[in-house]
Design a protein around this ligand. Structure first.
Ligand code: NCD
Length: 313
């Protein structure tokens, strides 16, 4: 069974396969004649979208990806309040019951770190981790990497500045895991003291031989970047709410900061953005975040294809 639980489970041959499928599915969907057959591909399959935390892109792009492939979608939003979780049911019991309804795949977003792995232990169908608390968001990392490849034509030999809330943001963590698969990567983590990347990731990078350093000053890091991966302060996850007021003004990218970036570099963001990237830079060709979000649906089509292909029935 092919679960998607953590970014580090993907190796380079599988990434190449997924990116090739993504390109192919993109071409097919953009071709008025070829796209007609696409929804025959997985006809009769069912996807359960089970979301315990808010989502726009992940939930909608999974639903759209599934529909384009002929997979029917059953969704629960805000499952933290609208499901039996509020009555005290464990995640394991919920998953056991959902499996009785013949889904082909369950896409799960949950507020607890490790929830996807917990679900996978009892599930009889593939689980796709759509974000687990402060843990990981592997499908986001896949679309991030695909976007880098699309924009720059390579993933090896890059300086990647990853900044913002690195203590609470799961997308930065998953991306860091995936970047270790590539050669000559230099990561610069930019974060305020209170929101620095956790040691588990730094230890992993060291073990894998991926170069990294930490920097508090955004302006100092921008000039060397091929990729700037900026993230939101995860206000809802902060242990001390006062941290937000203290740090958020220091980590904003506007025209002045963009001017420090190389002409060929790209500015990425998993979205949603709040004030950390100003709208004045949206029209700059280096601002890549909306195209990045668009890639999410195609990557998820390729992933669903791969996950379902692994089913024996
Ligand atoms: C992210 C998430 O949920 O982790 N959103 C997303 O899926 N693109 C980032 C965030 O919430 O800041």
């Amino acid at each position: 069974m092919r679960h998607v639980l953590r970014a580090q489970q993907f190796d380079r041959p599988l990434l190449n396969d997924l990116f090739r499928r993504t390109d192919e599915l993109k071409r097919t969907l953009n071709n008025p004649i070829k796209r007609r057959g696409l929804d025959e591909r997985h006809r009769g399959r069912v996807l359960f979208n089970v979301f315990y935390e808010p989502s726009t892109r992940t939930r909608m792009s999974f639903a759209a990806a599934a529909q384009h492939l002929g997979i029917k979608v059953v969704t629960t939003e805000n499952a933290r309040e609208f499901s039996s979780a509020i009555k005290g049911e464990t995640l394991e019991d919920t998953i056991r019951v959902l499996c009785e309804y013949y889904p082909d795949v369950i896409v799960l977003r949950h507020y607890e770190t490790g929830a996807a792995e917990q679900a996978a232990r009892v599930s009889t169908v593939p689980i796709i981790n759509a974000g687990d608390g402060r843990g990981q968001h592997p499908t986001q990392a896949l679309l991030d990497l695909y976007t880098i490849h699309q924009a720059l034509g390579r993933i090896d030999d890059l300086t990647v500045v990853i900044g913002g809330d690195l203590a609470n943001g799961r997308t930065a963590r998953s991306l860091s895991y995936l970047l270790t698969k590539f050669d000559r990567i230099r990561i610069v983590f930019v974060a305020p003291e209170q929101l620095r990347m956790h040691d588990d990731i730094k230890t992993y990078l060291t073990e894998k031989g991926t170069e990294y350093r930490e920097e508090e000053n955004l302006e100092r890091a921008l000039g060397e970047a091929d990729v700037v991966y900026w993230t939101r302060i995860q206000r809802e996850r902060l242990d001390d709410p006062a941290t937000f007021e203290r740090v958020h003004n220091r980590y904003m990218i506007g025209a002045v900061q963009l001017a420090l970036m190389k002409p060929q570099a790209i500015l990425m963001h998993p979205l949603p953005r709040t004030a950390e990237i100003s709208c004045e830079v949206d029209q700059d060709p280096r601002a890549y975040y909306f195209r990045q979000a668009g890639n999410g649906m195609f990557i998820r089509m390729a992933l669903l294809d791969w996950v379902i292909e692994g089913q024996t029935w």
